[in-house]
Design a binder for this molecule. Structure first.
Ligand code: GDD
Ligand code: MN
Length: 375
């Protein structure tokens, strides 16, 4: 059967040579950039058998439909449209998986990356001179146009941070412009985090072996149409990625985030209690207010960060708050119960308390992920 399929002369029928490279372009609100970008890629890749896959997160400006109009008459222009999802890295991963090409290249959809170096990037990995070929802004010949000092400093600082935490000896580890062979990509797949904007860093930190790298300088252009999506949320996701790639091996990101929020909640509890005592409210009443505030504080913070991918809104938000209170009440009882039980076994007061806290926290984490932020 398989033999039949293999001998079926599909390639000849289509009159095509096999596909060599897929260009993966993540897009969000890039409708105006699609036509000129396709023209530029076509011109740059005249010597290759290529396809371009736009991975669009259901952009309100209907970027996906603009791509479809081209795709109707050009089968090497493709669209992957995702609904209810966001994220540059995960978009790129899914675009790569949607292609059969032995080489994949990634570039932005806003023409800030110079397509003229695409052939060099592709050849470097095709010839096995490198496993990954990266377009760099920060090597001789590369650069950024018209960035002010503040933006340059910020980019440099983020670059340094990435270089140090992930130990990658690259001039531009934040680059989103590169080519990689499929076998290399496949080796990285099982460990990819898929968090945030920095897919190259994710791949580098997920590879079992140090890849051979070639860097090719280019001038990062200014955006002409549309707007940048980089904001404080993206910065936060960058830190999450770095954390996931370092301590994340030991401690899952969600649990870590939950524990950090819980730690901040302890601060809220103590502050509220102190405030209550200053205002002359008794200890018992102060405790009730402090606990209630701390639980609500934890709920909203977890809803915004720990579970931002399952964020509750509207009526579900208030139902979620109620269930989080219920979960936390059980957690508090477990905390006290375990603490007393350990204490009864003649252990020190602090060891008993810590045992209670650990059990309570683990309960809160597990139960709230099943009840409050159920998938
Ligand atoms: N599918 C999808 N989903 N695409 C997205 C999303 C998203 O949530 N957010 C952004 N994009 C697309 C944009 O439409 C654009 O094509 C590309 O990802 C880059 O986004 P920009 O908003 O233009 O980011 P930038 O210019 O600040 O930074 C880019 O260039 C740097 C330099 O190479 C990013 O690609 C960085 O990762 C890169 O280092
Ligand atoms: Mn851009």
């Amino acid at each position: 059967m398989l033999q039949d399929i293999k001998s079926f002369p599909l390639a000849q029928m289509l009159g095509q040579r096999p596909l060599q490279v897929a260009i993966i372009v993540p897009t969000f609100n890039e409708a105006e950039n699609i036509a000129p970008l396709i023209a530029r890629i076509s011109a740059a890749l005249a010597d290759f058998q290529w396809e371009v896959i736009f991975v669009d997160d259901n952009s309100p400006d209907h970027t996906a439909n603009v791509v479809r109009e081209f795709a109707l008459t050009h089968p090497h222009i493709r669209i992957v449209q995702r609904v209810g999802r966001r994220g540059l890295s995960s978009a790129v991963i899914e675009g790569m998986l949607a292609s059969a090409a032995p080489i994949v290249a990634v570039m932005d959809g806003d023409m800030q990356h110079d397509e003229a170096i695409l052939p060099d990037l592709i050849r470097a990995v095709a010839d096995h001179r490198a496993d990954i070929a990266i377009g760099t802004r920060y090597a001789p010949g590369g650069g950024t146009q018209g960035w002010d000092v503040a933006r340059l400093r910020l980019s440099r600082a983020a670059t340094r941070l990435g270089q140090i935490t992930l130990r990658v000896p690259l001039s531009d580890p934040m680059s989103g412009f590169f080519a990689v062979r499929r076998d290399v990509m496949t080796a990285a797949l099982p460990r990819l985090s898929g968090i945030g904007f920095k897919i190259l860093l994710d791949i580098l930190a997920s590879l079992p072996q140090h890849p051979r790298i070639v860097e090719i300088p280019y001038q990062f252009r200014n955006r002409v149409a549309g707007e940048s999506k980089a904001d404080s949320q993206i910065a936060l996701e960058y830190l999450m990625l770095l954390a996931d790639k370092t301590i994340g091996r030991i401690l899952p990101m969600r649990l870590l985030s939950f524990l950090v929020v819980g730690g901040l909640g302890v601060g809220v509890h103590l502050s509220m209690l102190a405030l209550g005592l200053i205002l002359g409210i008794g200890f018992a009443d102060g405790q009730i207010i402090a606990v209630t505030t701390a639980i609500a504080f934890n709920f909203f913070l977890n809803n915004s960060f720990t579970y931002r991918d399952r964020r509750l809104r509207g009526a579900k938000l208030w139902r979620g708050l109620a269930s989080f209170f219920a979960v936390s009440a059980v957690g508090a009882l477990a905390n006290i119960g375990i603490g007393n039980w350990v204490h009864d076994m003649d252990r020190s007061w602090w060891l008993s308390a810590i045992a209670g806290i650990v059990v309570g926290a683990v309960w809160n984490f597990a139960a709230s992920s099943f009840v409050t932020w159920r998938k």
